[in-house]
Design a protein around this ligand. Sequence first.
Ligand SMILES: [Zn+2]
Length: 483
Amino acid sequence: MRVLENLEPKKVFEFFEDLTRIPHDSGNEKEISDYLVKFAKERNLEVIQDKALNVIIKKPATKGYENIPGVIIQGHMDMVCEKLKHSNHDFEKDPLKLRIVDDEFVYATDTTLGADDGIAVAYGLAILDSNVIEHPAIEFVVTTEEETVMGGANELDTSGLKGKVLLNIDAEEEGVFILGCAGGILVYPEIKIEFEDFNGESLQLEVAGLKGGHSGMEIHKQRGNANKLMGRLLYTLGKEVNFNIATINGGSKSNAIPRSCKTIISVRKEEIEKVKEICANLEKDFKNEYKVEDSDIHIIVKSDEKLEKQLTKKVTDSLIRFLFVVPDGIQSMSKEIDGLVESSLNVGIVETLEDRIKFIIDIRSAVRSKTHEIVNRIEALCDAVGAAMDQNGEYPEWQYEPKSRIKDLSVKTYNNLFGIEPQITALHAGLESGIFKEKLPSDVEIISFGPDIFDVHTANEHFSIESVGRFYKFLTQLLKNMK
Ligand SMILES: [Zn+2]
């Protein structure tokens, strides 16, 4: 019994339901990749499967479109696998349990649905399967491991691709067309630790109660960064109190704005009251400064067990200066798209290891030279405080280009069909499109869009049946209009 069999467009939902029966966590794409190869072979379509399990299926132009430049339709085959705590769903082998709610939405019971990006795959297969849709030559490119490291896109050999337009179907809001994304890099400053015996009273300081959020998509909210606020607290304290840091730890992920940061300091007994007073005053300032986005912010000061070792004064000072001065948050705004962050960074993690204090900083920008400028600024600061710095994980941006034929054609097509003017925007986060922009010839135009999908990457993920249908109508009309 198929759950989606009465939904229209029939083929789209049929293929989508097929996909939900095949496990396809990132890194576990063999079976779904083989399914795509089999699909192509059954229809005598040219197909390539590479080592990374990416699949490219090619279909010739339909009659009258032979002389039009080809189109690349692109999505990713892997999905984020999240489930509710009580669920015993096994993503390695169980099919998802689809259900239709209120005739309006499709969910998977207790798990992610994989509409991100199974819907793109279903659209592509439905188009390839059809013999009535008119279109230029199609190269359908389905990548692997998008949700983790963009491994598929990184590995993909694009030299055989001939299309002059790339339609990336991996956006989650219908009527919003994406025409750019950020690139980025991770940097890892490190301060070598020198220890001495712990020689004071032990106090634990914590900046807590912050909301955090995604360091790309939510950086514009200008929420507090617990690590940075700890830097400010320690610097302020250092003006009036003599203390040493023993340990400092804050943040959980490089791409999450840290919600709390804890430090243990060693301080003379007579100065404990002073520390408490300074922290109370700072808490008032923080509450005032962040009253809109982070009203629950607070500073906790409490006695702790004495430790064996503390950082020397020199290391304590280097650490405080670094954390206080290192840039964080929005660095520049786009001058082309209102309200879009162009460059930012997130001091995501500070961690005390056996022999060093390690920071992880996530830098993003839509302009590569600005990414590098921020890296250099952190490097200069490292030099000034005697820290070292490593970097890795660089990924390319897709810089917004206001002149775009595919944008104009997409807007016109959508508007003619539905009488609605789509919104044009760019994302302050990395997309596979950035990698394609870098790999493909510079005259290839890219646009990213998709139907309404909600609560993506959570067990509540669901899509709008109507929007999936509407977007398919738009997509097929767009192909037709390419002539
Ligand atoms: Zn996706």
